[in-house]
Ligand binder design. Structure first.
Ligand code: FAD
Ligand code: SF4
Length: 527
């Protein structure tokens, strides 16, 4: 009798589990919608560390450490709360090393009635998990990600019927809709945009003493992850140490406090400034915590607005900061989810150059690129203007194939998740989407970099020169870029003036620029 019952259990196991709640590495918040209605007696959580998430593009060691350490800390918190958790560690010998394969294993053994998932940040991951649900004939309850102000449906409603999307109008609508920095129905201070007060350079004397960034000392969990990553991903770019990123919500809140108190008051003024050897400046360094959902954008914005209202930070600084989160961050997410999957394949300028090898080492005589790439490989961080107007600008002007640039950015930054990285790279930095995201390419000569920092004074090139041995490669490539895309860019009213300046060049100058640009592309110039 007992033997017959056991046999029946093996052949037809009951579905003991109601919901298997899937938690991904960038969904580390107990308030996530996937936990709504969670019943520890009926449901369980599933998390998996898999090599594929670090190898489908080569993820830097710093980035992998951040994700794995934050996942392990979140898992510890769930266990401490008594939630049933099925967690697959990277070094578990049974690990099948892809999210789909691991979920397949879990579903086969746990036999849940349904899967529950907060909408992921990556189209590829969504397809993979949907595929497993389909294969097992299981419903997948896909829930809105509440760690944004709006939903993708809200963005689609905003976009509907508009010939051209522009961040500025989206941002104003978000301010009104969410009552951020508003006095009644008017923007605080009577204007929406304080760019004219912001975006200055430090000047000859530099930034002076800077508030130190919040760096969190690695605990035993992070130490173990660093050792694992160094051993398992020894050939991956960047370095695991030094590591100082927040990996828990409590640490992220400390980092937020420090930013609001010490750096926010100066944020706007210096948001575009650069200085050699100073990676952190007055930026927030909160993007990774936001993207892993250790922080909610609303609490970050609310803290910034409260600082303004309490007279602790000037309006231009606070508006400039809030614009990045309520505006740009929500906007790029909307672009990603309304444009994928085709968006990833865009190459509107037909750029076909390979990514220069020095992007993986920082070994280049170009001082601005050496600094930006060096700190990126060391910390997994560069601030916005370095990403847009140094590394991004160089790949735009050189004509690097967008998908190679995308793989680099997605791999090297600790805050890189595809929904935010891809539109910033393809749309903003490379204009590869032909103008979906930005109204014109961010093309400039080395003089822009000279104006915004001090790199040029320590560089063997001269940003004023476009030809000759000392010509700054950015400047040479800028004129070459305008020349190569002259017809297309002349049709863009926002580029017309820049293109018109080409006419000032003589035929000899244009030919010398083209020759030197070819040499840079061929690697014949030591750039
Ligand atoms: P701050 O300069 O202090 O800004 C505050 C916050 O605003 C950031 O934490 C971030 O959450 C948000 N923000 C600012 N600019 C943007 C933007 N353009 N898009 C979305 N959010 C923004 N950001 C990422 O989070 N992940 C990426 O992978 C990423 N890749 C980028 C690639 C390129 C080519 C460019 C030009 C920008 C990219 N950004 C990315 C946006 C921005 O550069 C980073 O968010 C910022 O540098 C992070 O540092 P911080 O927290 O000190 O930001
Ligand atoms: Fe960069 Fe050109 Fe300035 Fe050198 S001269 S730091 S390459 S912009």
């Amino acid at each position: 009798m007992a033997r017959r019952a056991a046999a029946r259990t093996v052949a037809e196991p009951a579905r003991a589990l109601r919901h298997l709640v899937l938690v991904l590495g960038d969904q580390l918040n107990r308030d996530a919608s996937a936990f709504d209605g969670f019943d520890p007696a009926l449901d369980a959580v599933w998390m998996a560390e898999v090599a594929e998430e670090s190898t489908h593009i080569p993820s830097s060691r710093q980035r992998t450490v951040l994700f794995l350490s934050a996942m392990r800390h979140f898992a510890d918190a769930l266990r401490a709360e008594g939630l049933p958790l099925h967690y697959r560690a990277l070094d578990d010998p049974a690990n099948r090393h892809s999210l789909a394969a691991e979920l397949d294993t879990a579903v086969t053994s746990l036999r849940p009635v349904a899967l529950v998932l907060t909408a992921p940040g990556d189209w590829r991951v969504l397809q993979a998990l949907r595929g497993v649900a389909r294969q097992h004939g299981l419903p997948l309850d896909l829930r809105d990600d509440r760690h944004f102000y709006g939903t993708v449906r809200d963005f689609a409603d905003h976009a509907r019927g508009r010939q051209q999307l522009r961040m500025e109008y989206f941002y104003r609508a978000m301010r009104q809709r969410h009552g951020v920095l508003m006095d009644g129905d008017q923007p605080c201070g009577g204007q929406w945009n304080f760019d004219a007060d912001n975006r200055q350079a430090f000047g000859r004397d530099g930034p002076g003493p800077l508030p130190p960034p919040t760096r969190v000392a690695p605990d035993a969990t992070t130490e173990a992850v660093m050792a694992l990553v160094d051993q398992r991903f020894a050939d991956h770019p960047g370095q695991a140490q030094p590591f100082g990123w927040p990996v828990t919500r409590a640490q992220a809140l400390q980092a937020l406090d420090a930013f609001i108190t010490h750096r926010l008051p100066h944020f706007g003024r210096w948001q575009d400034a650069m200085w050699a050897g100073e990676p952190w400046l007055y930026h927030a360094h909160l993007s990774a915590a936001l993207n892993l959902k250790l922080l909610h954008p609303r609490e970050v914005v609310d803290r910034a607005e409260a600082a303004y209202r309490a007279g602790q930070a000037p309006l231009p600084a606070v508006e400039g900061f809030i614009r990045q989160i309520l505006g740009w961050r929500e906007y790029v997410r909307g672009i990603y989810w309304t444009q994928m999957p085709g968006y990833a394949d865009h190459n509107a300028l037909d750029a076909q150059q390979p990514l220069p090898a020095f992007f993986w080492t920082g070994d280049t005589p170009m001082a601005c690129l050496r600094d930006a790439i060096g700190q990126t490989l060391q910390h997994g961080y560069a601030h916005h203007i370095q990403r847009l107007m140094v590394t991004g600008l160089y790949t735009l002007l050189l004509g690097v194939q967008p998908q190679q640039v995308h793989a680099w950015y997605l791999g090297v930054y600790v805050d890189a998740v595809e929904w935010v990285e891809l539109p910033n790279v393809l749309g903003m930095a490379l204009f590869a989407d032909g103008g979906v995201m930005a109204s014109k390419p961010y093309a400039a000569t080395g003089k822009y970099i000279q104006r915004m920092g001090n790199h040029c004074s320590g560089c063997r090139f001269d940003p004023a020169l476009s030809t000759g041995d000392r010509a700054c490669p950015f400047t040479t490539l800028y004129w070459d870029f305008l020349g190569r895309h002259e017809a297309r860019l002349a049709a863009n009213p926002r580029m017309a003036l820049q293109v018109k300046n080409l006419a000032r060049l003589t035929a000899e100058q244009r030919s010398a620029i083209a020759t030197r640009a070819d040499a840079i592309r061929a690697g014949a110039v030591d750039a």
